[in-house]
Design a protein around this ligand. Structure first.
Ligand SMILES: [Zn+2]
Length: 113
C-alpha cells in the first residue's frame, strides 16, 4: 500500500521536481536483531521504485522508518547515519515506549535534470 508523495501526489515527477533519478541505499539493523539474513538488511530505492516510506524492521516499532522522499529532497546526496525515530509504545501512540534501537545507514545519489 503506497501513501501519496508529500501527502498529495502519486506522480514521482511532481514528488521529485528537477530530479532525473536517484538511488537511495538503506542498510539497517547492523546488529542483526530483526533481520537475520544480511542480504535482506539492504534495500535500494530509485525514482522508478520509490516507496514513500522505508519501514523499520523492528516489529515492535511504531511511527518509525524512513521517509525516502524527505531524505532525497532535504538531506541530499551523501552518507547519512540515522537512528530510527520510532518507539515501541502502543499502536495508538497514547503511551510512548522506549526509542526504537534500529539504525539506518543511508547512501543517497542524485542525478539532477
Ligand atoms: Zn524503528
Amino acid at each position: 500500500m503506497s501513501q501519496p508523495f508529500l501527502g498529495y501526489t502519486n506522480d514521482v515527477d511532481k514528488a521529485f521536481p528537477g530530479i532525473r533519478d536517484f538511488r537511495v541505499t538503506v542498510t539497517e539493523d547492523p546488529g542483526g536483531y530483526y533481520v537475520r539474513d544480511a542480504a535482506q538488511r539492504m534495500n535500494v530505492y530509485t525514482k522508478g521504485s520509490a516507496a514513500r516510506v522505508h519501514r523499520c524492521a523492528n516489529p515492535q516499532c511504531q511511527q518509525g522508518g524512513l521517509d525516502i522522499q524527505r531524505l532525497v529532497l532535504f538531506s541530499g546526496p551523501g552518507s547519512h547515519a540515522i537512528s530510527c525515530p520510532g518507539h515501541d509504545g502502543s499502536p495508538k501512540g497514547r503511551r510512548k515506549g522506549d526509542q526504537c534501537d534500529n539504525h539506518f545507514d543511508v547512501t543517497i545519489e542524485i542525478e539532477r535534470e
